[in-house]
Design a protein around this ligand. Structure first.
Ligand code: AMP
Length: 258
């Protein structure tokens, strides 16, 4: 639907997704256009087959949530529609922010190739004027914005702040896998981001985060330049965390300033 406002998701929708859809629907209304949500669990962006296979699928409830949040249509394609052949769904040249920071690119090799492939394919099928992505996946937001620019696509990439549960945990389709004990342990992640805020330097912030995260299996807990995700410079910065709690991998981030 050319000119629409687009919200791509993998389904198992929660209030975080609903907020993105509400924003998309509002923008669409102002422009006299439709808000379209896609639901597609993209096999090419998963590193572990088991993670892909156990990804929750709740299509009926998802469609109801989309309707309530103001979407005009849901696009839920099959793998065959998305990936008929290699020419229809090429992996674009990856932007630097997808391969250099040593964050998701390091711990989930191949992940951003899959993300760029599916987003490019979706953009070509849906032809939106704008697309809304969550800040919860900060590196992904930066990667999609860079790829869209580098591919010369006339699509505005809009970020939406992270929606959290009342206890501070960022909402995620994967939170449903956490036991009560694991959920309590996972709260170290938002607490670490909070602790980082009181630090005067990026190094101090990283030390503070490591201290709070001692009980979980940390992949990274760093402060980086918010745009490039390279080492902090003079511009805005972001604190970013990835950690495993039991079998569940969680990510979160927050704006950081000295
Ligand atoms: P996913 O279905 O996990 O691929 O997420 C689809 C979109 O929703 C992505 O742009 C995510 O960044 C965004 N999203 C997921 N969780 C949240 C959240 N808690 N707050 C805001 N956006 C989110």
């Amino acid at each position: 639907m050319p000119g629409c406002v687009f919200v791509p998701t993998m389904g198992a929708l929660h209030e975080g997704h609903a907020a993105l859809i509400r924003k998309g629907a509002e923008l669409a209304r102002h422009r006299g256009r439709a808000c379209i949500v896609s639901i597609f669990v993209n096999p090419t962006q998963f590193n572990e087959r088991s993670d892909f296979e156990r990804y929750p699928k709740t299509l009926e409830a998802d469609v109801a949530l989309c309707r309530e949040a103001g979407a005009e249509a849901v696009f839920a394609p099959s793998v065959e529609v998305m990936y008929p052949d290699e020419r229809s769904a090429p992996v674009p040249v990856l932007p630097r922010v997808a391969v250099e920071p040593g964050l998701e690119d390091r711990f989930r090799p191949g992940h951003f190739a899959g993300v760029c492939q599916v987003v490019l394919r979706l953009f070509r099928l849906v032809r939106p004027a704008a697309a809304v992505f969550g800040e919860k996946d900060w590196q992904q937001l930066r990667v999609v914005a860079a790829m869209t620019r580098e591919q010369g696509l006339p699509i505005e990439i809009i970020g939406h702040e992270t929606i959290r549960d009342p206890d501070g945990l960022a909402m995620s389709s994967r939170n449903r896998f956490l036991s009560a004990v694991e959920r309590e342990a996972a709260l170290a992640i938002p607490r670490a981001l909070h602790a980082a805020r009181r630090a005067r330097t990026a190094t101090e912030a990283e030390t503070a985060m490591a201290g709070v995260l001692s009980g979980v299996d940390v992949e990274y807990a760093v402060v980086r330049d918010a745009q490039t995700l390279a080492n902090v410079g003079n511009g805005p910065a972001r604190a970013l965390i990835a950690a495993r709690v039991g079998r569940t991998r969680l990510i979160d981030n927050a704006a950081w300033s000295p």
